[in-house]
Design a protein around this ligand. Sequence first.
Ligand SMILES: Nc1ncnc2c1ncn2[C@@H]1O[C@H](COP(=O)(O)OP(=O)(O)OP(=O)(O)O)[C@@H](O)[C@H]1O
Length: 234
Amino acid sequence: MTDVLTVCDLRAGYAGTTVLDGVGLTVPEGAVVALLGRNGAGKTTLVHTVMGLLKPYSGSIRIGGREVAGAAAHTVARAGVAIVPQGRRVFAPLTVAENLGLAARRGDRAWTVERVYELMPRLAGRRGHRGDQLSGGEQQMLAIGRALLRDPRLLLLDEPSDGLAPAVVDHVAGLLERLRGEGIAALLVEQDLHLAFRLADEVAVMRKGQIVHRGPTAEFRADRARAHSLLGVG
Ligand SMILES: Nc1ncnc2c1ncn2[C@@H]1O[C@H](COP(=O)(O)OP(=O)(O)OP(=O)(O)O)[C@@H](O)[C@H]1O
């Protein structure tokens, strides 16, 4: 299987400090890889660096074989990557339809606003509501819808369950499962292990800016002692 994302020996940080200390990671075409790790391990920093929102000090980031390390976010987006950021970041004063309209692209696209509404009828019912009138779950759906309108081959999902009630997390998980069924690959940063295990084919664990474990989800899940030592959870 070919990889949609290949990260090699990536170093990055803020104002000269090192946060990513030689990260190596791949996401196979169509697969979901959960990126786990304690707070401050560097997961969001990795996602931002892959997206082109933070310039790396050194190392390689390839999207489908194309080198994008150091490229601007719009270039990375054109290569097929879309981010669903932590905290969702929908435009609060704009309606659902306006938020989606800003992300929509012209031409022959796999994902249109209508298709996003078909996937998420709840958003269709709220199309005239402003971003700040939506529930957390609806905002998360809107953030996912915006990302889909970029026709991604790789989604970067930064803690999609954050701040959502369990029933809403379950609903969002169902949506993400459908996207996996569509063959969209994802790098999923997630603190909710149930969600990560439900969605991910493989698990990568980050500690102090490095990937310290990588393997199939089922194997990781079965080895509670190792999960505990890597993540500090049972
Ligand atoms: N904008 C920033 N400026 C300076 N330092 C930052 C910035 N963002 C993150 N850091 C630092 O980088 C390190 C890694 O943070 P990062 O947010 O990538 O971790 P994380 O694994 O995503 O954690 P969390 O689960 O808390 O989001 C932390 O020490 C953090 O303080």
